[in-house]
Design a binder for this molecule. Structure first.
Ligand code: DAS
Length: 350
């Protein structure tokens, strides 16, 4: 299965799966794998073309083309695959017949990370809608077909233009920045704990709860400004957390560490001291929290870091971004060679 996935990555299949394209918006589906394609037998997964064909009537209103990017569980998606996926969307958007929108099928486990990466790196008017399934492709009550159908509807909709990358799951539309997987198995596993959903895909209409942006979506980190991805890790705070993990990450070459702090961003004294030592080695520390929602608070930092807050920006607050999303921002900021002050300002914008 692994060999097959690599072949797909290198030779993407680009097929039109719906008929007559006249006067219909085109949505380009890029399939990466995940439970939506998983048949549960350990070897086979449905292709993107099979998934689209399985939803029958969608071709009446939308011209759907499909490309197989990979066919992997989402834990196997890599940083370089992110760069390649974003690059592919940029390439297709600037081609002679750009699609009206994109749908990315993806495993749900890391979906929020890929969606946020795309939102930060791909600009333009065409919406990017990431979707997947909580139940396997051949499960009773599989949610994949409805999610894919709704994602295609959103990607084709004029009302979605300029909104950047979204996630569509269980009839709800979420902004990539806000969404998180907050349950392991339920169909309503995706929520936006602080902001709420951005809209809903009802059977008769798509309803967005926020005003349509005046222009197109601007990428904060356009791909052509990003160099190599540095090592950036997340360290969890908990009762008894000591310095071992943070020290080991610095020794392993981490350029950034996100603290998944307790409460509003605190840690144990020992972990706090280790993070302070890390800053002395030029490592950037971004403080997030492990609560699942809410802002990381100014003044709630570990004692040993408090005096560094704002100091040359080496210690940055990440407001309500969860740790895995704060990690992406820090990694991109470092890959874009932003300096300490710029990174500090960037995080205060979240
Ligand atoms: N939960 C799935 C994912 O996120 C795992 C799978 O489909 O193999 O990709």
């Amino acid at each position: 299965m692994r060999r097959r996935a690599v072949v797909w990555l290198l030779l993407p299949v680009f097929v039109a799966v719906t008929g007559n394209a006249q006067d219909k918006p085109r949505v380009h589906v890029i399939a990466t794998g995940g439970t939506i394609s998983n048949l549960g037998n350990g070897t086979e997964r449905r292709t993107g073309a099979e998934l689209v064909t399985g939803i029958g009537d969608i071709g009446e209103r939308v011209d759907v083309t499909v490309e197989q990017f990979s066919n992997l569980a989402s834990g196997s998606i890599t940083h370089e695959m992110w760069r390649k996926l974003a690059g592919r969307i940029v390439e297709l958007s600037s081609g002679s017949r750009p699609p009206a929108g994109f749908v990315i099928t993806h495993g749900t486990d890391t979906m929020e990370e890929t969606a946020f990466f795309l939102d930060l790196t791909v600009g333009g008017c065409a919406p990017i809608v990431v979707t997947g399934a909580m139940r396997r492709a051949n499960a009773v009550g599989a949610d994949g077909p409805a999610n894919l159908r709704n994602a295609i509807r959103v990607a084709a909709a004029p009302a979605a233009r300029g909104r950047g990358t979204m996630v569509l799951m269980n009839d709800e539309i979420f902004a990539a920045r806000d969404v998180a997987k907050t349950n392991t198995t339920r169909l309503n596993a995706f929520t936006a704990p602080d902001a709420g959903p951005a809209g809903v895909a009802d059977p008769d209409t798509l309803d967005f709860y926020r005003e349509k942006p005046a222009g197109c979506h601007a990428a904060r980190f356009p791909l052509d400004r990003i160099g190599e991805f540095p090592r950036v890790d997340v360290v969890y705070a908990y009762i008894g957390a000591d310095s071992v993990i943070a020290d080991a990450l610095v020794a392993a070459g981490a350029k950034g560490i996100v603290l998944a702090g307790v409460g509003r961003g605190g840690s144990t004294p020992a972990l706090g001291r280790a993070l302070r030592r890390a800053t002395e080695n030029g490592v950037f520390i971004a403080v997030s929290n492990r609560t699942g929602s809410g802002r990381t608070g100014a003044g709630s930092y570990p004692d040993s870091l408090a005096t560094l807050a704002g100091d040359r920006g080496i210690f940055v607050n990440v407001s309500s971004l969860n740790p895995q999303k704060a990690r992406i921002v820090l990694m991109l900021a470092l890959a874009a060679h932003m300096d300490a002050r710029a990174i500090s300002d960037l995080f205060s914008g979240y």
